[in-house]
Design a protein around this ligand. Structure first.
Ligand code: NAD
Length: 482
């Protein structure tokens, strides 16, 4: 599967074969930059899901028995394929979900490669057998994995799940987001070229109802790994519970940046805006709430206002663009509703708002928006916008800032800014979140990533991300072969 999708709809990739799109319902893929159709994929059904799960199930026993070195060798080949086609992958991501080209190359494709490298390192150092008490404890692959992924960092999210599962010896059925499925089609082509055995990796395109739901409830799926919204995560947990599958969830967030009174203003502003506005705010771990000492609010916001001019919306295909469109017109409508609600609730707009972007009216563009004096009784304080919208809330004491940061159903990420790292670390320890960045430190794909509270469960990335796909067997009375 190449990078050109303009002419024909892409069929599923099942048991090493590409299905046809002839006579099938398809889902169009639309560029959020200008509304152009950039491709289409087959809309999968129960039958497609069943075929893919049967293929993954049949391939599992042999794949589970391959030596770890062989699985590592194939994933390393896949990495080589991704790197070779980095530009084409980035171009497809730009077309289908509007990620600015330079960002797509570095952060969408580049991070996916880094994810896979860290997972390979984890697989290499993993000890599958150890003695505990009077038993030989063996780790084994979980089985058939259903991976369901969103559109915001599609290749990164796919790589974390698929890379870890394949390295662990699991077989996979992937259902990528119907909004941005073309990068997954390219990846399947690379899996094929890398030489993975048929049935080990399968892709079924389609939406949540047509493909996601039958996957989650299929009796031969042993584990569901999901990244997406909180509400779909809840539904998947309930649906999967009937067959007691293992379910890991990476959900949303409303992460807070705690600015301590000794934090450098300019540096903290740059880092927070980068976190909140990159990928047009469509980042689950984005720092979208800023907690700032009330005595510092005016200065911090003034600096943020100046810095926001660097985040001018532009066409994602242009190399110099840093802020592309939102991923779809539907997403633009959702973001506008959040902005209108915040205004109604009494938050003060410092810059941005619901107005369209001049010259870019044909796409899903929105101005980066900053609100001040946001209080915990406002929806903006609690609800994930998934757009470039920042909420500033003043505080009086550090204890109050910590309480405000933790006043969320979510617990995905957070940030602390201070000239004194040990002071920042003390605050970081008190945040109920799965990750915290000190002074703007961003995603570390070698360290575990995941959420507390309703941001999900389980961890992705590196060693812990790899181990999520393992079962544990205690063979009592046995010893490790010498
Ligand atoms: P979404 O939940 O709408 O969809 C995610 C995936 O689930 C898609 O593939 C979709 O087709 C599928 N799906 C929808 N309904 C389903 C159902 N009933 N059963 C099974 N599958 C179903 O999310 P989205 O809009 O694609 O992505 C944005 C959300 O993802 C945001 O809330 C964001 O915070 C979250 N997210 C979280 C992380 C993380 O690691 N924590 C990372 C990225 C995105």
């Amino acid at each position: 599967m190449t990078g050109s999708f303009a002419d024909t709809a892409v069929g599923h990739y099942i048991n090493g074969h590409w299905g046809t799109a002839q006579g099938r319902n398809v889902i169009d893929v639309i560029s959020p930059s200008d509304g152009r159709k950039v491709g289409a994929v087959v809309a999968g059904t129960d039958e497609d899901v069943n075929d893919a799960v049967e293929a993954a199930s049949a391939a599992f026993p042999a794949w589970a028995r391959t030596l770890p070195e062989e699985r590592i060798r194939l994933v390393e080949r896949l990495i080589t394929e991704i790197e070779r086609d980095r530009d084409a992958l980035a171009a497809v991501l730009t077309e289908e979900m509007g990620s600015p080209l330079a960002f797509a190359r570095a952060a969408q494709v580049g991070v996916a490669v880094a994810d896979l490298r860290e997972l390979v390192a984890a697989a290499r150092t993993h000890h599958a057998e150890r003695e505990i008490s009077n038993s030989l404890v063996i780790s084994e692959p979980v089985g058939v994995v259903a991976a369901i992924t969103p559109w915001n960092f599609p290749l990164h999210q796919i790589s974390l799940k698929v890379g870890a599962a394949l390295l662990a010896g699991c077989t996979v059925v992937l259902k990528p987001s119907e909004v941005a499925p073309l990068n997954a089609a390219m990846l399947a082509g690379m899996v094929e070229t890398a030489g993975f055995p048929a049935g080990v990796f399968n892709v079924v395109f389609g939406d949540g109802k047509g493909v996601g739901d039958p996957l989650v409830t299929h009796p031969k799926v042993d584990m569901v790994t999901f990244t997406g919204s909180r509400n779909v995560g809840e539904r998947i947990s309930i649906r999967a519970a009937a067959s007691i599958k293992r379910v890991t969830l990476e959900l949303g967030g409303k992460s807070a940046a705690v600015i301590l009174d000794d934090a450098p203003v300019a540096d903290s502003v740059s880092a927070v805006l980068r976190s909140a506005f990159a990928n047009t705010g469509q980042t689950c771990a984005a720092l979208t709430r800023v907690l700032v000492p009330s005595s510092m609010q005016e200065l911090w916001v003034k600096q943020a206002l100046e810095e926001t001019h660097k985040w001018t919306p532009g066409r994602p295909e242009e190399e110099s663009t840093v802020l592309g469109p939102l991923a779809s017109i539907q997403q633009l409508e959702r973001v506008r509703l959040h902005i209108e609600q915040a205004i109604q609730d009494g938050a003060e707009v410092v810059t941005g708002g619901v107005g369209g972007v001049t010259g870019l009216e044909d796409g899903a563009f929105v101005h980066p928006t900053i609100f001040t004096n946001v209080t915990p009784d406002m929806r903006l304080f609690h609800e994930e916008v998934f757009g470039p919208v920042l909420a500033v809330t003043p505080y009086e004491t550090v204890d109050e800032a910590i309480a405000l940061a933790n006043d969320s159903i979510y617990g995905l990420s957070g940030g602390v800014f201070s000239a004194d790292e040990s002071r920042a670390l003390e605050v970081a320890r008190q945040l109920r979140t799965g990750t915290v960045g000190i002074n703007g430190a961003g995603l570390d794909v070698g360290a575990p990533f995941g959420g507390y509270k309703q941001s999900g469960n389980g961890r992705e990335c590196g060693t812990l991300g790899f181990e999520e796909f393992l079962e544990t067997k205690s063979v009592m009375g046995a010893r490790k072969p010498s």
